[in-house]
Design a protein around this ligand. Structure first.
Ligand code: SIN
Length: 272
């Protein structure tokens, strides 16, 4: 197994590792690398959908997809495909976000397998939310450490409608209150916890003050100096930790190009 680090504070490439045959030692090494680098890409994978699910289940308990295109054969997987863009004109996840923050126990890891990827465009961007927190002034950190934000599936700030839950599913989802700074349960480090589309409001602030702070933090956290931009190759397995990152899809691949990616998330804990 050979590790290559890009020239950014987040991300790592793993070469010479076939996920369908890795032993426990290699799985432990991958988890350690993910803790350090927040997002990893294991190149050159050849996996069936079941093989991908089984390999990713070694990293955590699958979180069943409740929205989006569930894989026709493997219920733990979603499909993200160029067909979504053809139907809706949008791609899933094109705003900066962390997965499933509208839930009381959001996703810990998200894992994607790039089955077909475009030669140009369709990159996925990642932001290091430890670094975004660390770069704040001490007085700002002290203020944010006390703030909680209401997250909702259909928040007032949401403007993606590429896919959605049914009215009944939405109804069954209460608002949740999450800290705006969370402590990672494994590393003990603090990270900003933001989601462009699911943060609804800061309850004790008026609407204008709440919007202004959330917008300001989103702009701060997504500065280029905190980010890494992943250019896909077919056979990439990309894994990230939602507890210390945000990510963003890009729908800028050419008309007629194919982008077919399968996704599995793992169950996380209540953010604290
Ligand atoms: C996602 O937000 O999970 C989708 C990422 C992508 O398609 O690049």
């Amino acid at each position: 197994m050979r590790i290559e680090l890009p020239d950014t504070s987040i991300g790592a490439f793993v070469h010479g590792c076939q996920l369908r045959e890795v032993d426990e030692g290699a799985v432990t090494a991958l988890k350690g690398l993910l803790r350090e680098r927040m997002m990893i890409c294991i190149r050159g994978q050849s996996l069936t959908p079941v093989g991908f699910r089984d390999a990713m289940t070694r990293l955590g308990t699958p979180m069943l997809p409740s929205d989006g295109n569930v894989h026709p054969e493997v219920r733990e997987l979603n499909v993200i495909s160029h067909e979504d863009r053809a139907k809706t004109g949008k791609v899933v996840g094109f705003h900066w976000h962390t997965d499933q923050s509208f839930r009381e126990r959001p996703a810990a890891l998200t894992t994607l397998f790039g089955v077909e990827t475009p030669a140009t465009g369709g990159d996925t961007q990642f932001a290091n939310m430890y670094a975004a927190y660390d770069a704040l002034r001490p007085d700002m950190k002290a203020e944010l450490d006390q703030i909680r934000v209401v997250h909702r599936y259909r928040s007032t700030r949401k403007d993606t409608l590429a896919r959605g839950l049914t009215a009944e599913q939405e109804e069954a989802l209460p608002e949740v209150l999450h800290p705006i700074v969370r402590t990672h349960p494994e590393t003990g480090r603090k990270a900003l916890y933001l989601n462009r589309n699911r943060m609804d409001r800061i309850p004790d602030f008026g609407p204008d003050r709440s919007e202004a702070l959330l917008d300001r933090l989103m702009a701060h956290a997504t500065q280029e100096r905190f980010t890494y931009r992943h250019k896909w190759q077919p056979g990439d397995v990309v894994i990230w930790d939602n507890r210390c990152t945000m990510h963003k899809a890009n729908g800028d691949y050419p008309e007629g190009a194919r982008r077919y990616i399968v996704r599995m998330m793992t169950q996380g804990e209540r953010p604290v």
